[in-house]
Design a protein around this ligand. Structure first.
Ligand SMILES: NC(=O)c1ccc[n+]([C@@H]2O[C@H](COP(=O)([O-])OP(=O)(O)OC[C@H]3O[C@@H](n4cnc5c(N)ncnc54)[C@H](O)[C@@H]3O)[C@@H](O)[C@H]2O)c1
Length: 300
C-alpha cells in the first residue's frame, strides 16, 4: 500500500542539504506539509545562510508540495520552539520530527579541544533535545507523533578521530531508549536511523566516486517508513544506505545469576568470565528489566 502523509505536518532539521533535504522532498511528495529547518552553516558548524532552507522550500513548492522554512539553530532552546511554532502557525499541527541536523569536527582525541567537543554535542544531542522538548507536548496532546533521531555507525560501533561525534551519536540511542518509553502511552514512536550517504559531510572522508554513488535517496525509504503511521515500532536502530537495510541493537547476554544470597569474589568472576561475557542467547531489551519480546507479548 502506498505510504502517504496527507493532512500531516513534518519538521526536518538540517533539511537544507544532504540527507535532510532528501527526507523533506520525499515526505512532501507523499502529501506532507514540511517545515524545512536549516541554519546553513559549514560542515564544522561555522556561519549561517538562509539560502539552504529556502532552496529546498522552493524545490518542494515547484514540485507542487507545501513547505515553510525555518532558519534557527537546533542548538538553541528557543530555536527548537520556533521550529515547532512555525509548523503550528503555518500548517496547524505537527506529526513528524526528524532530528537530522549535524556537523563534524574530527580530530584525534589527544588534540580535541573543548570547543570541538561542545559544538558537536550542541548540534547533535542538545539539538535533538531542543526540538523534541518543544514538540513533545504537541504529540502528547494529540496522542500521536513519529520521531526519527540520527545516530551513526560511529556512535554504535566507534570510529577513530570521532570521540566527540561518536559519543554524541551514542547519546541519541540513550535519548531514544527513554523517549520510546515516555512516548509509548501517547502513540509517540521514537526510532533511530544510522545512515550512510555521500554528502558534504562525508565528502572529506569518502572518495568522490563513492560520494556520487551513495545517494541519500538510498536511506530515504527507511526513514519515510519509520515516520509513517503504518510503522508501529518504537525503539529500533535501523542502518540504511549504500544498498543496505538492517537493524542494529544493544543486547543483553544471559550471563550468570548467583543471586543475592551468594556473594562472589573477583576470582569467581575470573573463572566464569567466558559465560559472563558470552552473547549466546542475548536478547534486545525494552527497558532495564524487560526483554523486548516480553514487552511485545504483553501488548498483543
Ligand atoms: N552522510 C553520512 O554517511 C552519515 C553517516 C552517519 C550519520 N550521518 C548523520 O546524518 C545527518 C545528516 O548529515 P548529512 O550527511 O546529510 O550532512 P550535510 O552536511 O549534508 O547536512 C547536514 C545539514 O545540517 C545543517 N545544520 C548543521 N548545524 C545545524 C544547526 N545547528 N541547526 C540547523 N541546521 C544545522 C547543515 O547546514 C546541513 O544542511 C547528520 O546528523 C549526520 O551526522 C550522516
Amino acid at each position: 500500500m502506498t505510504i502517504r502523509f496527507d493532512g500531516q505536518v513534518a519538521l526536518v532539521t538540517g533539511a537544507g542539504a544532504g540527507l535532510g533535504r532528501a527526507y523533506a522532498l520525499d515526505l512532501a511528495s507523499r502529501g506532507a506539509k514540511v517545515v524545512v529547518n536549516d541554519l546553513g552553516g559549514d560542515p564544522h558548524g561555522q556561519g549561517e545562510n538562509r539560502a539552504a532552507a529556502q532552496k529546498v522550500v522552493d524545490e518542494i513548492k515547484a514540485a507542487g508540495g507545501e513547505a515553510a522554512p525555518n532558519y534557527d539553530s537546533v542548538s538553541s532552546y528557543d530555536g527548537g520552539f520556533n521550529m515547532v511554532k512555525t509548523a503550528i502557525d503555518t500548517f496547524g499541527r505537527l506529526d513528524v520530527v526528524i532530528c537530522n541536523a549535524g556537523i563534524l569536527r574530527d580530530v584525534a582525541f589527544h588534540n580535541m579541544s573543548e570547543e570541538d567537543w561542545d559544538k558537536v554535542f550542541a548540534v547533535h544531542i542538545k539539538g535533538s533535545f531542543t526540538v523534541l522538548r518543544a514538540a513533545w507536548p504537541v504529540f502528547r496532546q494529540q496522542s500521536y507523533g513519529r520521531v526519527v533521531l540520527t545516530t551513526s555507525s560511529s556512535g554504535i560501533y566507534g570510529q577513530f578521530g570521532q570521540a566527540n561525534y561518536g559519543s554524541a551519536k551514542t547519546a541519541m540511542l540513550g535519548l531514544m531508549n527513554v523517549l520510546k518509553q515516555e512516548g509509548a502511552k501517547y502513540n509517540v514512536n521514537v526510532n533511530t536511523i544510522a545512515p550512510v550517504a555521500g554528502t558534504r559531510l562525508t565528502q572529506t572522508v569518502m572518495p568522490q566516486e563513492m560520494v556520487e554513488k551513495l545517494k541519500p535517496e538510498m536511506v530515504v525509504p527507511a526513514v519515510t517508513y519509520l515516520v509513517s503511521k503504518d510503522c508501529a515500532d518504537s525503539g529500533l536502530i535501523i542502518e540504511a544506505g549504500a544498498g543496505n537495510f538492517n537493524r542494529a541493537a544493544i543486547v543483553k547476554g544471559p550471563g550468570l545469576r548467583p543471586g543475592l544470597d551468594d556473594m562472589k569474589d573477583a576470582e569467581w568472576v575470573q573463572s566464569n568470565w567466558k559465560q559472563i561475557t558470552s552473547l549466546e542467547g542475548a536478547v534486545p531489551m525494552w527497558n532495564a528489566q524487560t526483554p523486548l519480546a516480553t514487552h511485545l507479548a504483553s501488548k498483543a
